[in-house]
Design a protein around this ligand. Structure first.
Ligand SMILES: [Zn+2]
Ligand SMILES: [Zn+2]
Length: 274
């Protein structure tokens, strides 16, 4: 990977960038260029950050958080859905700035400890310009060993007592989603998304439509299909995805069922068919 490209500001953004929404009473979803991160308010202005956005975005994320929780606020921890560059882009700077731990699934550790790189973006998956650009996206392992902790094996999530993590591999080996039973709220990560992440136009305009995981970076399509079925089985009322606008209610039920039932047609690229 060319370091110049890696450290450059990636010129992909969307109409939602820099905006945020209180999607649920205590879950604030903030869009950083093309990726969503969540601030979950636990109590008395205590909060947890889910994912850490694009590279060079720490300042924007800190400002976005301060708007919600006040000047000088600091989360208890960062929880990562997975280690792709658009989800961990600012994690080193943020964890250092706040002096907090970062939690992830053990199977994602190689990509977070400098041991293993993800496969490079695959331009042969069908789709648009973003797939074609994807070999330029950073795919290298970061190293946050000193801050990294494993998620507890019982499905619980530190500091988020109402939530549990669900292993949703496929897009990456240690990918997780977060689920809260009391209101059937789901934070999906990239297990599925609500925008056609391969199309630059649709990413820019954030046109809402359910899709499988971003194809150019997905490592195991059979596991990805199983993970979508697992998430569908939870019957979520609202889904906040790593990319795209949150989806809820009947529309979510209908579209997620459709995706789970017709995953190979809707999500799996033709070049990856069995
Ligand atoms: Zn991803
Ligand atoms: Zn992503």
């Amino acid at each position: 990977m060319n370091r110049e490209v890696e450290h450059a500001f990636l010129p992909v953004t969307s109409v939602s960038s820099g905006k945020g929404n209180l999607v649920i009473r205590d879950v604030y979803c903030y869009t950083n260029q093309i990726v969503n991160i969540c601030f979950i308010n636990t109590s008395n202005n205590k909060w947890v950050l889910i994912d850490a956005g694009m590279p060079k975005s720490a300042e924007k994320i800190i400002k976005g958080a301060e708007k919600q929780f006040g000047q000088g606020c600091r989360p208890e921890a960062i929880i990562l859905t997975h280690g792709h560059f658009d989800h961990v882009g600012s994690v080193e700077v943020l964890a250092e700035h706040w002096d907090i731990p970062v939690y992830a699934h053990q199977l994602e550790f190689p990509y977070l400890t400098g041991n293993e790189d993800y496969p490079p973006g695959d331009p042969t998956v069908d789709g648009g310009i973003i797939s074609e650009m994807s070999p330029l996206f950073p795919n290298h392992s970061i190293d946050i060993k000193n801050r990294l902790r494993g998620l507890p094996g019982d499905g619980s999530i530190p500091f988020l007592t109402e939530w549990r993590w669900i292993h949703t591999p496929g897009h990456t080996p240690g990918h997780i989603s977060l689920y809260r039973d009391k209101d059937s709220a789901l934070i999906v990560g990239d297990a599925f998304v609500t925008v056609d992440q391969e199309s630059l136009y649709k990413v820019m305009t954030q046109q809402q439509e359910i899709h499988g995981p971003p194809a150019y970076f997905t490592m195991d399509w059979d596991a990805a299909k199983e993970s979508v079925r697992t998430l569908k089985g939870l019957e979520p009322e609202i889904a906040i995805t790593g990319h795209g606008v949150p989806m809820s209610g009947e529309e979510l039920k209908r579209d997620l069922s459709n995706l789970a039932e017709n995953f190979d047609t809707i999500a799996r690229p033709k070049s990856k068919s069995k």
